[in-house]
Design a protein around this ligand. Structure first.
Ligand code: AGP
Length: 609
Protein backbone atom coordinates (compact mmCIF):
# COMPACT_ATOMS: atom_id res chain seq x y z
CA UNK A 1 0.00 0.00 0.00
CA UNK A 2 1.17 3.57 -0.61
CA UNK A 3 -0.01 7.01 0.44
CA UNK A 4 -1.41 9.30 -2.27
CA UNK A 5 -2.49 12.96 -1.98
CA UNK A 6 -3.40 15.49 -4.68
CA UNK A 7 -4.68 19.07 -4.37
CA UNK A 8 -5.96 21.53 -6.95
CA UNK A 9 -6.55 24.89 -5.34
CA UNK A 10 -6.50 28.66 -5.61
CA UNK A 11 -3.60 28.83 -3.13
CA UNK A 12 -0.07 27.35 -2.89
CA UNK A 13 -0.41 23.64 -2.17
CA UNK A 14 3.06 22.25 -1.28
CA UNK A 15 2.75 22.92 2.46
CA UNK A 16 -0.70 21.28 2.58
CA UNK A 17 0.56 18.32 0.53
CA UNK A 18 3.42 17.79 2.99
CA UNK A 19 1.14 17.81 6.04
CA UNK A 20 -1.35 15.55 4.27
CA UNK A 21 1.19 12.93 3.18
CA UNK A 22 2.63 12.85 6.70
CA UNK A 23 -0.79 11.71 7.91
CA UNK A 24 -0.53 8.75 5.54
CA UNK A 25 2.98 7.72 6.51
CA UNK A 26 1.68 4.50 8.06
CA UNK A 27 0.73 3.37 4.54
CA UNK A 28 4.27 3.36 3.32
CA UNK A 29 7.49 5.08 4.14
CA UNK A 30 10.46 3.78 2.21
CA UNK A 31 10.46 6.85 -0.06
CA UNK A 32 8.46 10.03 -0.65
CA UNK A 33 7.96 12.57 -3.44
CA UNK A 34 6.02 15.66 -4.50
CA UNK A 35 5.35 17.44 -7.80
CA UNK A 36 3.71 20.85 -8.39
CA UNK A 37 2.92 22.91 -11.49
CA UNK A 38 3.98 26.57 -11.50
CA UNK A 39 4.11 28.91 -14.52
CA UNK A 40 3.31 26.04 -16.88
CA UNK A 41 6.19 23.89 -15.67
CA UNK A 42 6.42 20.76 -13.56
CA UNK A 43 8.77 20.76 -10.55
CA UNK A 44 9.46 17.50 -8.65
CA UNK A 45 11.26 16.67 -5.40
CA UNK A 46 11.66 13.07 -4.18
CA UNK A 47 14.06 10.74 -2.35
CA UNK A 48 14.29 7.58 -0.25
CA UNK A 49 13.73 7.70 3.48
CA UNK A 50 11.04 8.74 5.92
CA UNK A 51 9.08 11.87 5.09
CA UNK A 52 10.67 14.05 7.79
CA UNK A 53 14.21 13.04 6.75
CA UNK A 54 13.58 13.68 3.05
CA UNK A 55 11.87 17.03 3.74
CA UNK A 56 14.96 18.22 5.64
CA UNK A 57 16.99 17.45 2.49
CA UNK A 58 14.69 18.76 -0.25
CA UNK A 59 12.35 21.27 1.50
CA UNK A 60 9.08 20.24 -0.15
CA UNK A 61 7.34 23.48 0.88
CA UNK A 62 9.63 25.46 -1.41
CA UNK A 63 7.67 24.11 -4.38
CA UNK A 64 5.43 26.81 -5.89
CA UNK A 65 2.11 26.22 -7.59
CA UNK A 66 -1.58 25.64 -6.87
CA UNK A 67 -1.79 22.12 -8.36
CA UNK A 68 0.24 19.24 -6.94
CA UNK A 69 0.66 15.60 -5.97
CA UNK A 70 2.49 13.79 -3.16
CA UNK A 71 3.22 10.09 -2.56
CA UNK A 72 4.71 7.93 0.22
CA UNK A 73 5.87 4.60 -1.16
CA UNK A 74 5.60 1.00 0.05
CA UNK A 75 7.74 -0.57 -2.68
CA UNK A 76 6.25 -3.44 -4.65
CA UNK A 77 7.76 -3.42 -8.15
CA UNK A 78 11.24 -1.88 -8.32
CA UNK A 79 13.56 -1.59 -5.34
CA UNK A 80 13.75 1.22 -2.82
CA UNK A 81 15.63 3.96 -4.64
CA UNK A 82 15.29 7.65 -5.57
CA UNK A 83 14.59 6.85 -9.23
CA UNK A 84 11.79 4.47 -8.21
CA UNK A 85 10.16 6.95 -5.83
CA UNK A 86 6.92 8.53 -7.09
CA UNK A 87 5.84 10.82 -8.78
CA UNK A 88 6.83 9.45 -12.20
CA UNK A 89 6.94 11.42 -15.46
CA UNK A 90 6.67 10.99 -19.22
CA UNK A 91 9.60 11.59 -21.59
CA UNK A 92 8.89 15.32 -21.99
CA UNK A 93 8.40 16.03 -18.29
CA UNK A 94 4.85 17.33 -18.81
CA UNK A 95 2.94 14.53 -17.12
CA UNK A 96 3.43 13.60 -13.46
CA UNK A 97 1.58 10.82 -11.64
CA UNK A 98 1.39 8.90 -8.39
CA UNK A 99 0.07 5.33 -8.15
CA UNK A 100 -1.00 2.74 -5.61
CA UNK A 101 -1.50 -0.76 -7.01
CA UNK A 102 0.09 -3.19 -9.48
CA UNK A 103 0.15 -2.92 -13.30
CA UNK A 104 0.13 -6.63 -14.12
CA UNK A 105 0.91 -6.19 -17.84
CA UNK A 106 3.63 -3.57 -17.38
CA UNK A 107 6.34 -5.63 -19.06
CA UNK A 108 4.46 -5.95 -22.35
CA UNK A 109 3.38 -2.29 -22.31
CA UNK A 110 6.91 -1.12 -21.53
CA UNK A 111 8.35 -3.13 -24.42
CA UNK A 112 5.80 -1.64 -26.85
CA UNK A 113 6.49 1.90 -25.62
CA UNK A 114 10.25 1.43 -25.84
CA UNK A 115 9.82 0.33 -29.44
CA UNK A 116 8.06 3.65 -30.02
CA UNK A 117 11.03 5.50 -28.60
CA UNK A 118 10.00 6.08 -25.00
CA UNK A 119 12.82 5.98 -22.48
CA UNK A 120 12.29 4.94 -18.87
CA UNK A 121 13.93 6.45 -15.82
CA UNK A 122 12.83 3.82 -13.26
CA UNK A 123 12.28 0.07 -12.75
CA UNK A 124 8.69 0.54 -11.61
CA UNK A 125 5.48 -0.70 -13.21
CA UNK A 126 3.97 2.75 -12.47
CA UNK A 127 6.13 4.73 -14.90
CA UNK A 128 4.59 2.82 -17.79
CA UNK A 129 1.30 4.64 -17.15
CA UNK A 130 2.89 8.10 -17.59
CA UNK A 131 4.35 7.13 -20.97
CA UNK A 132 1.12 5.51 -22.06
CA UNK A 133 -0.77 8.75 -21.36
CA UNK A 134 1.92 10.67 -23.26
CA UNK A 135 1.39 8.29 -26.18
CA UNK A 136 -2.36 8.96 -26.19
CA UNK A 137 -2.15 12.71 -25.57
CA UNK A 138 -3.31 14.89 -28.45
CA UNK A 139 -4.44 17.94 -26.51
CA UNK A 140 -7.21 16.48 -24.33
CA UNK A 141 -5.80 15.48 -20.93
CA UNK A 142 -8.82 13.48 -19.70
CA UNK A 143 -9.26 11.57 -22.96
CA UNK A 144 -5.56 10.66 -22.99
CA UNK A 145 -5.84 9.15 -19.52
CA UNK A 146 -9.04 7.27 -20.41
CA UNK A 147 -7.38 5.78 -23.49
CA UNK A 148 -4.30 4.75 -21.51
CA UNK A 149 -6.33 3.07 -18.77
CA UNK A 150 -8.13 0.90 -21.33
CA UNK A 151 -4.77 -0.83 -21.83
CA UNK A 152 -3.91 -1.27 -18.15
CA UNK A 153 -4.53 -4.63 -16.43
CA UNK A 154 -4.30 -4.67 -12.66
CA UNK A 155 -5.08 -2.44 -9.71
CA UNK A 156 -4.61 1.32 -9.46
CA UNK A 157 -5.40 4.44 -7.53
CA UNK A 158 -3.96 7.26 -9.62
CA UNK A 159 -3.42 11.03 -9.32
CA UNK A 160 -2.21 12.71 -12.53
CA UNK A 161 -1.32 16.33 -13.46
CA UNK A 162 -0.15 17.85 -16.77
CA UNK A 163 1.99 20.98 -17.16
CA UNK A 164 -0.12 22.09 -20.14
CA UNK A 165 -3.28 21.84 -18.01
CA UNK A 166 -2.52 23.77 -14.82
CA UNK A 167 -5.52 23.87 -12.50
CA UNK A 168 -6.60 20.39 -13.58
CA UNK A 169 -6.04 16.98 -11.96
CA UNK A 170 -7.22 13.58 -13.15
CA UNK A 171 -7.88 10.74 -10.69
CA UNK A 172 -8.75 7.12 -11.47
CA UNK A 173 -9.37 3.96 -9.49
CA UNK A 174 -9.50 0.21 -9.93
CA UNK A 175 -9.38 -1.95 -6.74
CA UNK A 176 -7.00 0.33 -4.77
CA UNK A 177 -8.99 2.84 -2.67
CA UNK A 178 -9.15 6.54 -3.67
CA UNK A 179 -11.15 9.28 -2.01
CA UNK A 180 -12.14 12.69 -3.42
CA UNK A 181 -12.38 15.57 -0.92
CA UNK A 182 -14.60 18.56 -1.77
CA UNK A 183 -13.24 21.79 -0.35
CA UNK A 184 -13.98 25.50 -0.65
CA UNK A 185 -12.25 26.80 -3.80
CA UNK A 186 -10.09 23.66 -3.79
CA UNK A 187 -10.53 19.90 -4.24
CA UNK A 188 -8.51 16.90 -3.10
CA UNK A 189 -7.71 13.25 -3.77
CA UNK A 190 -6.27 10.87 -1.17
CA UNK A 191 -5.76 7.14 -0.63
CA UNK A 192 -7.19 7.47 2.87
CA UNK A 193 -9.33 9.92 4.82
CA UNK A 194 -6.71 11.13 7.35
CA UNK A 195 -4.83 13.05 4.66
CA UNK A 196 -7.56 15.54 3.90
CA UNK A 197 -9.64 15.62 7.09
CA UNK A 198 -8.18 18.97 8.30
CA UNK A 199 -9.23 20.59 5.00
CA UNK A 200 -12.65 19.05 4.38
CA UNK A 201 -15.06 16.51 5.80
CA UNK A 202 -17.04 16.24 2.56
CA UNK A 203 -15.92 13.26 0.50
CA UNK A 204 -16.96 10.98 -2.28
CA UNK A 205 -15.47 7.59 -3.10
CA UNK A 206 -14.32 6.70 -6.60
CA UNK A 207 -15.62 3.33 -7.71
CA UNK A 208 -13.73 0.70 -9.68
CA UNK A 209 -12.95 1.76 -13.27
CA UNK A 210 -14.11 5.31 -12.60
CA UNK A 211 -12.17 8.44 -13.53
CA UNK A 212 -12.52 12.02 -12.26
CA UNK A 213 -11.53 15.47 -13.55
CA UNK A 214 -10.90 17.93 -10.72
CA UNK A 215 -10.47 21.71 -10.85
CA UNK A 216 -10.59 24.01 -7.84
CA UNK A 217 -14.20 24.80 -8.67
CA UNK A 218 -15.65 21.39 -9.52
CA UNK A 219 -15.31 17.62 -9.70
CA UNK A 220 -16.72 15.51 -12.54
CA UNK A 221 -16.78 11.71 -12.40
CA UNK A 222 -17.08 9.37 -15.41
CA UNK A 223 -16.94 5.69 -16.23
CA UNK A 224 -14.02 4.67 -18.43
CA UNK A 225 -16.61 4.48 -21.21
CA UNK A 226 -17.16 8.22 -20.80
CA UNK A 227 -20.60 8.05 -19.17
CA UNK A 228 -21.05 10.72 -16.49
CA UNK A 229 -21.52 9.41 -12.94
CA UNK A 230 -23.46 11.23 -10.21
CA UNK A 231 -21.70 10.47 -6.93
CA UNK A 232 -23.11 10.71 -3.43
CA UNK A 233 -21.25 13.14 -1.14
CA UNK A 234 -20.68 11.90 2.43
CA UNK A 235 -19.67 13.74 5.59
CA UNK A 236 -16.82 12.17 7.57
CA UNK A 237 -17.71 12.02 11.25
CA UNK A 238 -14.31 10.94 12.60
CA UNK A 239 -12.17 13.27 14.67
CA UNK A 240 -8.90 13.95 12.83
CA UNK A 241 -6.65 12.14 15.32
CA UNK A 242 -8.57 8.85 15.08
CA UNK A 243 -8.81 8.98 11.27
CA UNK A 244 -5.21 7.89 10.77
CA UNK A 245 -6.49 4.55 12.00
CA UNK A 246 -9.31 4.81 9.46
CA UNK A 247 -11.84 5.18 12.28
CA UNK A 248 -10.53 2.15 14.20
CA UNK A 249 -9.38 2.74 17.78
CA UNK A 250 -6.13 0.79 17.28
CA UNK A 251 -3.90 -0.18 14.38
CA UNK A 252 -4.25 -3.82 15.47
CA UNK A 253 -8.03 -3.71 14.98
CA UNK A 254 -7.63 -1.89 11.65
CA UNK A 255 -5.11 -4.47 10.46
CA UNK A 256 -7.33 -7.37 11.50
CA UNK A 257 -10.00 -5.81 9.30
CA UNK A 258 -7.55 -5.22 6.45
CA UNK A 259 -6.92 -8.96 6.08
CA UNK A 260 -9.37 -9.49 3.20
CA UNK A 261 -7.63 -6.71 1.21
CA UNK A 262 -4.14 -7.87 2.27
CA UNK A 263 -4.85 -11.42 1.10
CA UNK A 264 -6.45 -10.23 -2.13
CA UNK A 265 -3.40 -8.05 -2.86
CA UNK A 266 -1.06 -10.93 -1.99
CA UNK A 267 -2.91 -13.19 -4.45
CA UNK A 268 -3.17 -10.39 -7.05
CA UNK A 269 -0.99 -11.07 -10.11
CA UNK A 270 -0.03 -14.59 -9.01
CA UNK A 271 -2.95 -16.52 -10.48
CA UNK A 272 -3.56 -16.55 -14.24
CA UNK A 273 -6.81 -18.43 -14.92
CA UNK A 274 -6.10 -21.94 -13.62
CA UNK A 275 -2.40 -21.57 -13.02
CA UNK A 276 -0.29 -20.14 -10.22
CA UNK A 277 2.51 -18.03 -11.66
CA UNK A 278 5.45 -17.74 -9.26
CA UNK A 279 8.25 -18.65 -11.67
CA UNK A 280 9.57 -15.10 -12.12
CA UNK A 281 9.60 -14.26 -8.43
CA UNK A 282 11.07 -17.63 -7.44
CA UNK A 283 14.08 -16.95 -9.63
CA UNK A 284 14.86 -20.69 -9.74
CA UNK A 285 14.81 -23.00 -12.76
CA UNK A 286 12.00 -25.56 -12.73
CA UNK A 287 14.63 -28.31 -12.73
CA UNK A 288 16.10 -26.89 -9.49
CA UNK A 289 12.69 -26.74 -7.81
CA UNK A 290 11.92 -30.31 -8.88
CA UNK A 291 15.21 -31.50 -7.38
CA UNK A 292 14.47 -30.14 -3.90
CA UNK A 293 14.69 -33.01 -1.42
CA UNK A 294 13.93 -31.05 1.76
CA UNK A 295 12.88 -27.60 2.89
CA UNK A 296 14.07 -26.06 6.15
CA UNK A 297 12.01 -23.06 7.29
CA UNK A 298 13.52 -20.60 9.80
CA UNK A 299 11.51 -17.87 11.52
CA UNK A 300 10.54 -16.34 14.88
CA UNK A 301 7.31 -15.74 16.76
CA UNK A 302 4.17 -15.48 14.68
CA UNK A 303 6.19 -16.09 11.52
CA UNK A 304 7.37 -19.36 13.08
CA UNK A 305 3.72 -20.33 13.53
CA UNK A 306 3.19 -19.58 9.85
CA UNK A 307 6.15 -21.88 9.13
CA UNK A 308 4.44 -24.72 11.02
CA UNK A 309 1.31 -24.27 8.90
CA UNK A 310 3.54 -24.18 5.82
CA UNK A 311 5.15 -27.48 6.87
CA UNK A 312 1.73 -29.11 6.96
CA UNK A 313 0.72 -27.67 3.57
CA UNK A 314 3.97 -28.53 1.78
CA UNK A 315 4.19 -32.09 3.13
CA UNK A 316 0.48 -32.80 2.64
CA UNK A 317 0.07 -31.40 -0.88
CA UNK A 318 3.54 -31.03 -2.44
CA UNK A 319 4.98 -34.18 -0.76
CA UNK A 320 8.17 -32.30 0.19
CA UNK A 321 9.77 -33.11 3.57
CA UNK A 322 9.87 -29.95 5.69
CA UNK A 323 11.69 -29.09 8.90
CA UNK A 324 10.73 -25.98 10.89
CA UNK A 325 13.35 -24.35 13.07
CA UNK A 326 13.39 -21.41 15.44
CA UNK A 327 15.85 -19.09 13.69
CA UNK A 328 17.48 -18.30 17.03
CA UNK A 329 18.25 -22.02 17.58
CA UNK A 330 19.18 -22.82 13.98
CA UNK A 331 21.84 -20.11 13.79
CA UNK A 332 23.90 -21.47 16.70
CA UNK A 333 23.53 -25.18 16.04
CA UNK A 334 25.98 -25.66 13.18
CA UNK A 335 23.05 -27.17 11.29
CA UNK A 336 23.39 -30.02 8.80
CA UNK A 337 22.07 -28.84 5.42
CA UNK A 338 22.25 -31.72 2.91
CA UNK A 339 22.55 -30.93 -0.83
CA UNK A 340 19.23 -30.17 -2.61
CA UNK A 341 17.92 -28.61 0.59
CA UNK A 342 16.08 -25.31 0.20
CA UNK A 343 16.16 -22.95 3.16
CA UNK A 344 13.18 -20.65 3.51
CA UNK A 345 12.75 -17.76 5.91
CA UNK A 346 9.55 -15.99 6.90
CA UNK A 347 9.59 -12.48 8.34
CA UNK A 348 7.08 -9.61 8.32
CA UNK A 349 9.69 -6.92 8.98
CA UNK A 350 12.52 -8.55 7.06
CA UNK A 351 14.81 -7.22 9.81
CA UNK A 352 14.55 -9.78 12.64
CA UNK A 353 18.13 -10.31 13.75
CA UNK A 354 17.83 -14.04 14.47
CA UNK A 355 16.17 -14.77 11.16
CA UNK A 356 18.73 -12.70 9.25
CA UNK A 357 21.54 -14.53 11.02
CA UNK A 358 19.90 -17.87 10.24
CA UNK A 359 19.79 -17.24 6.51
CA UNK A 360 23.40 -16.02 6.59
CA UNK A 361 24.33 -19.32 8.27
CA UNK A 362 22.41 -21.21 5.57
CA UNK A 363 24.16 -19.31 2.78
CA UNK A 364 27.54 -19.95 4.40
CA UNK A 365 26.67 -23.63 4.00
CA UNK A 366 25.92 -23.06 0.31
CA UNK A 367 22.15 -23.44 0.62
CA UNK A 368 19.80 -21.42 -1.60
CA UNK A 369 17.42 -19.17 0.35
CA UNK A 370 13.88 -18.07 -0.49
CA UNK A 371 12.22 -15.62 1.89
CA UNK A 372 8.61 -14.58 2.49
CA UNK A 373 8.79 -10.93 3.54
CA UNK A 374 6.40 -7.99 3.87
CA UNK A 375 8.88 -5.14 3.56
CA UNK A 376 10.45 -4.50 0.16
CA UNK A 377 14.17 -3.87 0.25
CA UNK A 378 14.54 -5.09 3.85
CA UNK A 379 17.76 -6.82 4.93
CA UNK A 380 16.35 -10.34 4.69
CA UNK A 381 14.86 -9.57 1.27
CA UNK A 382 18.17 -8.20 0.02
CA UNK A 383 20.19 -11.18 1.25
CA UNK A 384 17.88 -13.90 -0.09
CA UNK A 385 18.24 -15.61 -3.48
CA UNK A 386 14.53 -15.05 -4.10
CA UNK A 387 11.72 -13.24 -2.30
CA UNK A 388 7.99 -13.97 -2.30
CA UNK A 389 6.50 -10.75 -0.95
CA UNK A 390 3.33 -10.52 1.05
CA UNK A 391 1.43 -7.39 0.02
CA UNK A 392 -0.21 -6.76 3.39
CA UNK A 393 0.95 -3.14 3.45
CA UNK A 394 2.64 -1.60 6.50
CA UNK A 395 1.78 -3.48 9.68
CA UNK A 396 1.98 -0.95 12.53
CA UNK A 397 0.46 -2.87 15.44
CA UNK A 398 3.16 -4.85 17.27
CA UNK A 399 0.95 -7.94 17.29
CA UNK A 400 1.15 -9.39 13.80
CA UNK A 401 -2.21 -10.17 12.20
CA UNK A 402 -2.64 -9.33 8.48
CA UNK A 403 1.00 -10.20 7.78
CA UNK A 404 0.42 -13.66 9.29
CA UNK A 405 -2.57 -14.54 7.11
CA UNK A 406 -0.75 -13.08 4.11
CA UNK A 407 2.23 -15.35 4.90
CA UNK A 408 -0.13 -18.34 4.97
CA UNK A 409 -1.49 -17.21 1.59
CA UNK A 410 1.98 -17.15 0.04
CA UNK A 411 2.81 -20.56 1.57
CA UNK A 412 -0.39 -21.98 0.08
CA UNK A 413 0.31 -20.55 -3.39
CA UNK A 414 3.88 -21.88 -3.25
CA UNK A 415 2.62 -25.30 -2.12
CA UNK A 416 0.18 -25.64 -5.01
CA UNK A 417 2.80 -24.31 -7.45
CA UNK A 418 5.39 -26.86 -6.30
CA UNK A 419 2.84 -29.69 -6.19
CA UNK A 420 1.91 -29.06 -9.84
CA UNK A 421 5.54 -28.66 -10.90
CA UNK A 422 6.59 -31.84 -9.14
CA UNK A 423 3.73 -33.78 -10.75
CA UNK A 424 1.93 -34.67 -7.54
CA UNK A 425 -1.15 -32.50 -8.14
CA UNK A 426 -3.27 -32.91 -11.29
CA UNK A 427 -4.56 -29.76 -13.02
CA UNK A 428 -8.17 -30.29 -11.90
CA UNK A 429 -7.02 -30.27 -8.25
CA UNK A 430 -4.93 -27.15 -8.93
CA UNK A 431 -8.06 -25.45 -10.22
CA UNK A 432 -9.97 -26.49 -7.09
CA UNK A 433 -7.18 -25.22 -4.82
CA UNK A 434 -7.24 -21.87 -6.66
CA UNK A 435 -11.01 -21.70 -6.30
CA UNK A 436 -10.65 -22.33 -2.55
CA UNK A 437 -8.11 -19.57 -1.88
CA UNK A 438 -10.09 -17.06 -3.91
CA UNK A 439 -12.99 -17.53 -1.47
CA UNK A 440 -10.89 -16.58 1.57
CA UNK A 441 -11.08 -12.73 1.47
CA UNK A 442 -14.88 -12.79 1.47
CA UNK A 443 -14.99 -15.55 4.09
CA UNK A 444 -12.75 -13.53 6.41
CA UNK A 445 -15.14 -10.62 5.93
CA UNK A 446 -17.95 -12.92 7.07
CA UNK A 447 -15.97 -13.91 10.20
CA UNK A 448 -15.37 -10.21 10.98
CA UNK A 449 -19.12 -9.64 10.88
CA UNK A 450 -19.39 -11.90 13.96
CA UNK A 451 -17.28 -9.51 16.04
CA UNK A 452 -20.08 -8.52 18.46
CA UNK A 453 -20.34 -12.16 19.54
CA UNK A 454 -16.56 -12.32 20.06
CA UNK A 455 -16.62 -9.01 21.95
CA UNK A 456 -19.22 -10.24 24.44
CA UNK A 457 -17.31 -13.50 24.92
CA UNK A 458 -14.06 -11.59 25.51
CA UNK A 459 -15.72 -9.44 28.17
CA UNK A 460 -16.61 -12.55 30.21
CA UNK A 461 -13.09 -13.99 29.93
CA UNK A 462 -11.09 -10.79 30.51
CA UNK A 463 -10.56 -11.35 34.25
CA UNK A 464 -8.78 -14.70 33.97
CA UNK A 465 -5.04 -14.95 34.54
CA UNK A 466 -4.42 -18.06 32.44
CA UNK A 467 -5.73 -19.74 29.31
CA UNK A 468 -5.04 -22.95 27.39
CA UNK A 469 -5.31 -23.14 23.59
CA UNK A 470 -5.62 -26.56 21.95
CA UNK A 471 -5.52 -27.69 18.32
CA UNK A 472 -4.50 -30.69 16.21
CA UNK A 473 -2.93 -31.15 12.80
CA UNK A 474 -2.89 -27.94 10.76
CA UNK A 475 -4.76 -26.20 13.57
CA UNK A 476 -2.08 -26.86 16.19
CA UNK A 477 -0.05 -23.82 15.01
CA UNK A 478 -3.24 -21.75 15.25
CA UNK A 479 -3.58 -22.76 18.90
CA UNK A 480 -0.02 -21.49 19.39
CA UNK A 481 -0.78 -18.27 17.49
CA UNK A 482 -4.00 -17.62 19.43
CA UNK A 483 -2.10 -18.05 22.69
CA UNK A 484 0.67 -15.70 21.54
CA UNK A 485 -1.82 -12.98 20.55
CA UNK A 486 -3.47 -13.17 23.98
CA UNK A 487 -0.13 -13.08 25.80
CA UNK A 488 1.23 -10.18 23.74
CA UNK A 489 -1.60 -7.71 24.02
CA UNK A 490 -3.46 -8.62 27.27
CA UNK A 491 -0.53 -9.97 29.38
CA UNK A 492 -2.65 -13.01 30.35
CA UNK A 493 -0.50 -16.15 30.56
CA UNK A 494 -1.65 -18.40 27.69
CA UNK A 495 -0.24 -21.65 26.38
CA UNK A 496 -0.84 -23.40 23.07
CA UNK A 497 -0.68 -27.20 22.99
CA UNK A 498 -1.36 -30.06 20.61
CA UNK A 499 -4.77 -31.25 21.89
CA UNK A 500 -3.61 -34.85 22.35
CA UNK A 501 -0.63 -33.70 24.45
CA UNK A 502 -2.92 -32.36 27.14
CA UNK A 503 -3.14 -35.81 28.72
CA UNK A 504 0.65 -35.73 29.22
CA UNK A 505 0.60 -33.01 31.87
CA UNK A 506 -1.37 -29.85 31.12
CA UNK A 507 -4.66 -31.56 32.00
CA UNK A 508 -3.59 -31.07 35.61
CA UNK A 509 -4.28 -27.37 35.07
CA UNK A 510 -7.92 -27.86 34.13
CA UNK A 511 -10.58 -26.54 36.48
CA UNK A 512 -13.42 -24.03 36.22
CA UNK A 513 -10.92 -21.16 36.35
CA UNK A 514 -8.94 -22.29 33.32
CA UNK A 515 -10.56 -21.18 30.03
CA UNK A 516 -9.79 -23.63 27.26
CA UNK A 517 -10.00 -22.48 23.63
CA UNK A 518 -10.12 -25.39 21.18
CA UNK A 519 -9.64 -24.99 17.45
CA UNK A 520 -11.99 -27.76 16.28
CA UNK A 521 -12.76 -27.21 12.61
CA UNK A 522 -13.94 -30.23 10.66
CA UNK A 523 -11.40 -32.40 8.86
CA UNK A 524 -11.25 -36.04 7.85
CA UNK A 525 -8.60 -37.11 10.34
CA UNK A 526 -8.55 -35.51 13.74
CA UNK A 527 -11.97 -33.92 14.27
CA UNK A 528 -13.37 -36.89 16.20
CA UNK A 529 -10.20 -37.02 18.30
CA UNK A 530 -10.60 -33.35 19.16
CA UNK A 531 -14.14 -34.04 20.30
CA UNK A 532 -12.83 -36.61 22.79
CA UNK A 533 -10.19 -34.12 23.98
CA UNK A 534 -13.07 -31.72 24.60
CA UNK A 535 -14.86 -34.40 26.64
CA UNK A 536 -11.71 -34.84 28.77
CA UNK A 537 -11.65 -31.10 29.53
CA UNK A 538 -15.38 -30.92 30.15
CA UNK A 539 -15.33 -33.80 32.61
CA UNK A 540 -12.83 -31.82 34.70
CA UNK A 541 -14.98 -28.72 34.85
CA UNK A 542 -13.08 -26.72 32.20
CA UNK A 543 -14.85 -23.79 30.46
CA UNK A 544 -14.54 -24.35 26.71
CA UNK A 545 -14.72 -22.03 23.72
CA UNK A 546 -14.59 -23.88 20.40
CA UNK A 547 -13.67 -22.45 16.99
CA UNK A 548 -15.83 -24.66 14.75
CA UNK A 549 -16.99 -25.07 11.16
CA UNK A 550 -20.28 -23.38 10.38
CA UNK A 551 -23.10 -25.96 10.47
CA UNK A 552 -21.38 -28.16 13.05
CA UNK A 553 -24.16 -28.37 15.66
CA UNK A 554 -22.77 -31.49 17.36
CA UNK A 555 -19.88 -29.57 18.92
CA UNK A 556 -22.25 -26.94 20.31
CA UNK A 557 -23.69 -29.56 22.68
CA UNK A 558 -20.25 -30.30 24.12
CA UNK A 559 -18.80 -26.84 24.81
CA UNK A 560 -19.78 -23.61 26.56
CA UNK A 561 -19.37 -21.27 23.57
CA UNK A 562 -18.86 -21.73 19.83
CA UNK A 563 -17.38 -19.28 17.34
CA UNK A 564 -18.14 -20.45 13.82
CA UNK A 565 -16.06 -19.97 10.68
CA UNK A 566 -17.19 -20.62 7.07
CA UNK A 567 -16.49 -24.00 5.43
CA UNK A 568 -13.50 -24.20 3.12
CA UNK A 569 -10.89 -26.90 2.52
CA UNK A 570 -9.41 -28.06 5.85
CA UNK A 571 -5.95 -26.98 4.70
CA UNK A 572 -7.16 -23.34 4.57
CA UNK A 573 -8.89 -23.51 7.96
CA UNK A 574 -5.95 -21.69 9.64
CA UNK A 575 -6.56 -18.52 7.60
CA UNK A 576 -10.12 -18.39 8.95
CA UNK A 577 -9.74 -19.90 12.44
CA UNK A 578 -7.06 -17.38 13.47
CA UNK A 579 -9.35 -14.37 12.92
CA UNK A 580 -11.72 -14.93 15.90
CA UNK A 581 -8.64 -15.58 18.06
CA UNK A 582 -7.09 -12.27 16.95
CA UNK A 583 -10.30 -10.42 17.81
CA UNK A 584 -10.68 -12.37 21.10
CA UNK A 585 -7.20 -11.26 22.20
CA UNK A 586 -7.83 -7.68 21.03
CA UNK A 587 -11.13 -7.26 22.89
CA UNK A 588 -9.78 -8.82 26.10
CA UNK A 589 -6.80 -6.43 25.99
CA UNK A 590 -9.18 -3.53 25.35
CA UNK A 591 -11.25 -4.54 28.38
CA UNK A 592 -8.09 -4.73 30.48
CA UNK A 593 -6.98 -1.25 29.36
CA UNK A 594 -3.70 -2.49 27.82
CA UNK A 595 -1.57 -0.47 25.36
CA UNK A 596 -2.65 -2.64 22.46
CA UNK A 597 -0.55 -1.20 19.60
CA UNK A 598 2.57 -0.88 21.73
CA UNK A 599 2.47 -3.67 24.36
CA UNK A 600 4.99 -3.38 27.21
CA UNK A 601 8.51 -4.80 26.59
CA UNK A 602 7.78 -5.53 22.89
CA UNK A 603 9.03 -4.04 19.62
CA UNK A 604 7.59 -4.38 16.15
CA UNK A 605 10.85 -5.68 14.76
CA UNK A 606 13.32 -7.46 17.05
CA UNK A 607 16.44 -6.24 15.30
CA UNK A 608 18.68 -7.21 18.20
CA UNK A 609 19.52 -10.71 19.47
C1 AGP B 1 3.99 -11.36 16.54
O1 AGP B 1 2.72 -10.86 16.91
C2 AGP B 1 5.11 -10.75 17.35
N1 AGP B 1 5.11 -9.35 17.22
C3 AGP B 1 6.45 -11.41 17.09
O2 AGP B 1 6.37 -12.75 17.53
C4 AGP B 1 6.92 -11.42 15.62
O3 AGP B 1 6.15 -12.32 14.87
C5 AGP B 1 8.38 -11.90 15.59
O4 AGP B 1 9.18 -10.96 16.28
C6 AGP B 1 8.92 -12.08 14.16
O5 AGP B 1 8.89 -10.85 13.49
P1 AGP B 1 9.11 -10.86 11.89
O6 AGP B 1 7.97 -11.60 11.30
O7 AGP B 1 9.14 -9.41 11.51
O8 AGP B 1 10.42 -11.55 11.61
Amino acid sequence: MCGIVGIVSGRKVSGMLLEAIKRLEYRGYDSVGMACIAEGRLATKKDIGKIGEVDKKVDFSSLEGTTGLAHSRWATHGGVSRKNAHPHEDCKGNISLVHNGIVENHNELKAELQKKGHFFASDTDTEVIAHLIEEHYHGNFLDAVKAALQQIEGSYALGIIHAKHPGQMVAARNESPLIIGLGKDENFIASDVPAILPYTKKVTYLGNREIALLTKEKVEVFGLDGTKRDKAVEAITWAAESAEKHGFSHFMLKEIHEQPQAIAETINGRIQETLITLAKELNFKDAELKKIERIIIVACGTSWHAALVGEFMLEELAKVPVEVEYASEFRYRDPIIPPDTLVMSISQSGETADTLAAIREAKKKKAKVISIVNVKGSSIARESDAVLYTYAGPEIGVASTKAFTSQLTVLYLLTVYLAKLRGVMPQDQVSNRIRDIRKIPLQITQVLEDKENILSLAASFSRHSNALYLGRGINYPIALEGALKLKEVSYIHAEGYPAAEMKHGPIALIDKNMPVIVVATKDTRTYKKVLSNIEEVKSRGGKIIAIASRGDHEIAKKVDHVLYIPENSYILAPLLAVVPLQLFAYYIALKRGCDIDKPRNLAKAVVVE
